[in-house]
Ligand binder design. Structure first.
Ligand code: 4NP
Length: 149
């Protein structure tokens, strides 16, 4: 099972989602990656505030490298989680068919099916990153429990 976490920049939310889900998965047949729908930070490490909040929770995301979402990700991944509705819409626009589109889900719908979003913390103070960490962590608990079965 291959899981892709997607946000806009691939430097704040989706690197956290990648690191958090990886930290909860022990089986080697689950592969987790992340990407951004925007190309502003390609090749960069995650935002220092995401690296810091992950580290505070015992997770090292510092070696991740930002990349942009590509259409072939629809072939490489079984589930594509968008952090917010704008990311969701950007990914759906690239879908070639219903099989592609059906792979795309809002991450927080794993917690409750009411289309909640992981807010973009880029312009927030550091406490925004802890809030984002907690939301993603809850969703990843549910995803990991299912994938480990
Ligand atoms: P992310 O946050 O989508 O969670 O990685 C952002 C990072 C950078 C920008 C926007 C959102 N930006 O506009 O540069």
């Amino acid at each position: 099972m291959n899981v892709l976490m997607v946000c806009l920049g691939n430097i704040c939310r989706s690197p956290l989602a990648e690191g958090i889900l990886k930290s909860k998965i022990s089986t080697s047949n689950v592969h987790v990656d992340s990407a951004g729908t925007g190309g502003y930070h390609i090749g960069n490490a995650p935002d220092p505030r995401s690296i810091k909040v992950a580290k505070e929770h015992g997770i090292d995301i510092s070696s991740q490298v930002c990349r942009k979402f590509v259409v072939s990700d629809f072939d490489a991944f079984d589930i594509i989680y968008a952090m917010d509705k704008s990311n969701y819409g950007n990914i759906i626009k690239l879908a070639r068919n219903k099989i592609d589109a059906d792979k795309v889900k809002l991450l927080l719908n794993e917690i409750s099916p009411i289309d909640n979003e992981v807010p973009d913390p880029y312009y927030d103070a550091e406490d925004g990153f802890e809030n984002v960490f907690q939301m993603i962590d809850q969703a990843c608990d549910i995803i990991a429990a299912r994938l480990e079965k």
